[in-house]
Design a protein around this ligand. Sequence first.
Ligand code: ADP
Ligand code: MG
Ligand code: MG
Length: 238
Amino acid sequence: MSLLELRELNKHFGGLHVTNGVNLTLEPGEIHCLIGPNGAGKSTLFRLILGEYHPGSGEIVFAGENITALKSFARIHRGLSVKFQVPGVFKGLSVRQNLEIALQIRHRGAELEAEIDRLLGFLGLESEQAQTAGNLSHGQKQWLEIGMAISLKPRLLLLDEPTAGMSPEETHMTGQMVQRLNAGGMTVLAIEHDMAFVRQVAQRVTVLHLGQVFAQGSIDEIVADERVAAIYLGQAHA
Ligand code: ADP
Ligand code: MG
Ligand code: MG
């Protein structure tokens, strides 16, 4: 059974059709990257999957269940999690306190402290744990956000441009984190502009253009596709 199936998803704002019949299937255990020019509708698709937006028509099926009418919290309860483009950490609290807020939903007492330590280690933020989150570097803030997004151990993790603004080294480390999560069984769908990251992690790539699936394949198939190259011409970044 597929983990996620998007069937003919349509979302319009007034006359602007942002997603226009999106069909996309994610298999359990895959790392899938979603690319496409700015304004293609990628972030909107994530908001539809999480339930922040509701589609005008179409269906969202998660682990065999039609979740199209469910509210966000019910989708999160079923194992969906999102890290959006803009970091949403509590800037005035410490790194440790941020993770404590996320982890105390599931854990208490000594177990909570052990889970915080484990997550700090995973994120490489042990020595920053007493720092105020607002004082972290841009990359570290992104990692803290990933930590909060994975705190409930989701089955499907959605990442919206996780490496935006990162150095090549930070981008590579983020790729390694994603691969370790995936090795632990997590399915990942990542919106990305950085082709080095896509090449590092993606088992499959989907190109979204004008609110529709324009192409799909391995990274090598996608970069060799001249139709894909053509839709990026004239864009400030790919
Ligand atoms: P991407 O993430 O691929 O860059 P987005 O999904 O953010 O694209 O946006 C696609 C289009 O949808 C843009 O033209 C954007 O202005 C429009 N859009 C997104 N959200 C809204 C909204 N809430 N109201 C009106 N237009 C929106
Ligand atoms: Mg954009
Ligand atoms: Mg976006």
